[in-house]
Ligand binder design. Structure first.
Ligand code: SF4
Length: 402
């Protein structure tokens, strides 16, 4: 079944030529908003995301370009705003200027990725005053050898201080990001990191296996899903003992809560800024990685698209289903509302997965089983290497040509 889906994806999902798109049409009135702020003071060895060296002048110009891109899409209602990067917590003047026009149509959380070296008491106070209420703190590990391996520019001691400050600052929701690499460190390192964070009780902890993108220092090796899944089994036990549950594929949530920090598992979303992606159900678009092209498109009043996939109803529904199942459950009645033409094929697919033990069903809700979660872990890694890595590599190479 999965081999068939992989083959189907390989053969049928191809980038589209320029279709003269001027704006996006979404099937839902409220959508998610994502903004990419690409500036970093330091580049980490494992990082696949698109980034530019921080430059105060460029960062101020970027605010104006994002504002013009935002206006291109007309007035929309957003149920959340996630600001990622890059290091969006680095320059709070830039953040303030961005939020001055972005926040007005956002009804839900305003979420920000925070670098540990930006998590001082004063800076956190400022972020809160700007309206940020959800924080994701990118500590990655509490082990200095692991941080060095990732090429990070901070220590475990910095991380403890940053986490203490974030916990004291009174945000509505705190996520702590951890990354592990079982090819270089034993599973004990990941277990120890998780235990340390859980003792401090943040609302959510994300734990990611390090992906080895072809344009990073780790390009010559590949993940071992088998080892990662064994480590996740241990992490699940630790979570259970500490009052957390596995929520999405790679996050743990305190059992007393039912909210989450997630920029990826949103139904439909508009992405703003360099390299940001947009998903409308029918289209999956990724903005250009080139600042020169971004500037040029905005000046011509065109969406700054670097890559566009026009999806068939079935492809759009598969993408929707994947990210719904990433959160552990898929509501078929919603899927049917958005993709009625794919109804029969999808029901057949989901029922087949149920018979195979990957899903269970409660009325119209399909729930991922532990076996299904393991399969999804492998699919997520396959998608990363089969699609995301080549797409980002291509867009990166175009960005250096200008
Ligand atoms: S991991 Fe974060 S801080 Fe490091 S280079 Fe990537 S975006 Fe910048």
């Amino acid at each position: 079944m999965f081999e068939f889906l992989k083959l189907y994806a390989k053969l049928s999902v191809k980038p589209s030529k320029d279709i003269g798109l001027t704006s996006y049409v979404f099937p839902s009135e409220t959508i998610g908003l994502y903004l990419h702020v690409p500036f970093c003071r330091h580049f980490c060895d494992f990082c696949p995301y698109h980034k530019l060296k921080y430059d105060a002048v460029l960062a101020r110009e970027y605010v104006d370009l994002v504002r013009r891109e935002y206006l291109l899409h007309g007035r929309k209602q957003f149920n959340s705003l996630y600001i990622g990067g890059g290091t969006p917590s680095g320059d709070l003047e830039v953040l303030k200027n961005l939020l001055s026009f972005l926040h007005e149509n956002v009804s839900g959380e305003i979420a920000l990725e925070v670098h540990p070296l930006d998590a001082s008491v004063e800076k956190l106070r400022e972020m809160k005053a700007l309206g940020v209420n959800y924080i994701s703190l990118g500590v990655q590990s509490f082990n200095d050898a692991v941080l060095k391996h990732f090429g990070r520019d901070h220590t475990a001691k910095d991380n403890f201080l940053a986490l203490a400050n974030v916990l004291d600052a009174g945000f509505d929701f705190i996520d702590v990001d951890l990354v592990f690499d079982p090819l270089s460190f034993s599973g004990k390192a990941a277990q120890s990191d998780l235990e340390k964070v859980m003792k401090l009780s943040p609302q959510q902890i994300s734990v990611y296996p390090m992906m080895r993108f072809s344009y990073t220092k780790f390009r010559d090796t590949r993940n071992s899903s088998r080892r990662e899944l064994m480590i996740f089994d241990k992490l699940d036990e630790i979570a259970e003992k500490n009052g957390y549950k596995r929520d999405t594929l790679w996050t743990y949530l305190r059992k007393d809560l039912n909210r989450r920090y997630t920029s990826v598992a949103r139904e439909f979303y508009l992405g703003l800024g360099l390299s940001a992606s947009t998903y409308t159900g029918e289209l999956f678009a990724t903005n250009t990685f080139s600042l020169a092209r971004y500037r040029e498109s905005i000046t011509e009043n065109k969406p700054p698209i670097g890559s566009l996939f026009q999806l068939s109803t079935f492809q759009g529904a598969l993408y929707y289903s994947f990210w719904a199942l990433y959160t552990g459950q898929l509501d078929f009645s919603k899927l049917n509302r958005y993709f009625p033409k794919a109804n029969k094929k999808l029901r057949f697919l989901l029922e087949s997965l149920r018979v195979m033990g990957y899903l269970t069903r409660k009325d119209e809700l399909y729930l991922l089983t532990p076996r299904g979660r393991k399969k999804l872990h492998c699919i997520e890694e396959w998608l990363t290497y089969a699609y995301i890595d080549p797409l980002w590599r291509k867009l990166r190479s175009e960005s250096t040509q200008i």
